[in-house]
Ligand binder design. Structure first.
Ligand code: FHN
Length: 419
């Protein structure tokens, strides 16, 4: 049994407060896998791009050669942070080390890192950390603590190593922990460490948590520090499955990590981009159920965030400029999931997100116990009141014939607060 580290609920809530408010963050999967971009020896390798080493069972010696061709001269931390901010994203999480074991930061523990092994020779995490600080956006690091296909004692590579001879404890204590020490010492305040997959040994998971707490007590830890289903409370928030959106309101702090196309790491032939409407409705759906949306971009080997992602994020940002009040700092829907869309809430206000505009000009809101006071379109700068009446259990709002925003029109319903 893993013991809980002593911290009161209030202390934890204080550390997590910014994250609860923030709702929408940027995930960045960037590493050596951007070089093959899903293609190995002329073959398109199925599956997610950052798994190419595993999927194609690429021997370490061959995969290592990719570093010589990794020279992302177009990488520009300011540009990336600008894209995130314009999208309305409030924090960034970038892969410091993914399962392929390649370190995207300077480290004394291995030369298999972007500064020492590539012609690029710069530390992008340092540049990002500085820019994020200047721009007032929080930065977190993804760190693959369990799978490491390059380290002789990391898990997952059974084509170069014999698993029976591997010593995971040695790897975690002698490599992962010193790495975390570097990441939490050399880059200023780090908002969160995004562990993945789950640490297989509870005692070791606890050691990781303790180390993070000792180095930066305010740093949050993702639920995947340990098994997803059991003891996610070892992390500060629960991590849903990849692209998983629950079908009901979920209590507690949680997040959905998600892709814009079908891969995390860049793949040259993945063009299955979600539409802007889909992304906005997914954001609203998640927030209405009490969660956060961590949406991924996979930059190229040149250091560029793919244009289809940038374009979509910009449009999501434009929607948020008008409708952000109905997202940031809100809580889950108190009226479940209405047929016409979703609902988010703040004290004294419900935000009705209309995905399916009523054909007869009548928007019916069921399950509302509070007294309804006034109602208006969030996008209307004059806040002209719409007509509102009670019909039995329902509140009925008279809405214009056509949806002002076909993706999601937000109606603000002011209500009497329960005393
Ligand atoms: O295996 C990884 C995958 O490559 C990616 O990083 C995702 C992001 O949530 N996490 C793991 C799978 O769940």
């Amino acid at each position: 049994m893993v013991e809980q580290i002593e911290e009161t609920k209030e202390q934890q809530a204080k550390r997590t407060a910014w994250w609860r408010e923030a709702k929408f963050g940027m995930f960045i999967h960037w590493g050596l896998y951007a070089v093959p971009a899903g293609v190995w020896e002329g073959r398109m390798i199925p599956g997610i791009g950052e798994w190419i080493m595993y999927r194609a069972r690429i021997p370490i010696k061959e995969y290592e050669r990719l570093a010589k061709g990794f020279n992302p001269l177009k990488f520009n931390a300011q540009e990336w942070v600008r894209i995130a901010k314009e999208a309305g994203m409030k924090w960034i999480v970038i892969t410091a080390k993914h399962h392929d074991g390649f370190c995207m930061f300077d480290t004394k523990l291995t030369d298999y890192n972007i500064v020492k092994a590539t012609p690029f020779g710069r530390d992008p995490l340092k540049e990002l950390a500085e820019t994020c600080r200047e721009e007032g956006i929080r930065l977190g690091f993804y760190y693959s603590q369990t799978l490491d296909w390059h380290h002789p004692d990391g898990m997952g590579n059974d084509w170069d190593f014999d698993p029976a001879e591997q010593d995971f404890t040695k790897y975690l204590r002698g490599y992962v922990k010193p790495h975390l020490r570097e990441l939490l010492t050399n880059y200023g305040p780090i908002a969160l460490i995004w562990f993945d997959i789950g640490t297989p040994i509870p005692e070791l998971a606890r050691e990781l948590k303790e180390l993070v707490g000792e180095l930066q007590p305010d740093t949050l830890i993702s639920g995947r520090i340990f098994s997803r289903r059991v003891l996610h409370s070892l992390g500060d928030f629960r991590e849903m499955g990849d692209n998983e959106i629950p079908d009901h309101v979920v209590e507690g702090d949680w997040e959905t990590p998600a892709t814009i196309n079908d891969t995390w790491g860049f793949k040259s032939h993945d063009h299955n981009w979600k539409s802007v409407g889909d992304l906005i409705q997914k954001l609203v759906d998640i927030v209405s159920k009490g969660g956060n949306y961590l949406l991924n971009v996979g930059p190229t080997a040149e250091g560029v965030i793919p244009e289809p992602s940038v374009r979509r994020l910009k449009e999501v940002g434009e929607w948020l400029k008008v409708n952000g009040e109905s997202i940031y700092g809100t809580t889950a829907s108190p009226i479940g999931m209405p047929e016409w869309g979703r609902c988010t809430a703040k004290p004294g206000k419900l935000y009705l997100h209309i995905f399916a505009w009523p054909w007869d000009g009548r928007l019916e809101v069921s399950g509302l116990k509070n007294e309804a006071k006034r109602v208006y379109l969030l996008a209307d700068p004059n806040r002209r009141e719409l007509e509102l009446k009670r019909e039995g259990e329902d509140v009925v709002i008279s809405v214009p014939d056509k949806a002002p925003d076909p993706i999601d029109t937000v109606i603000v319903l002011e209500i009497e607060e329960e005393s």
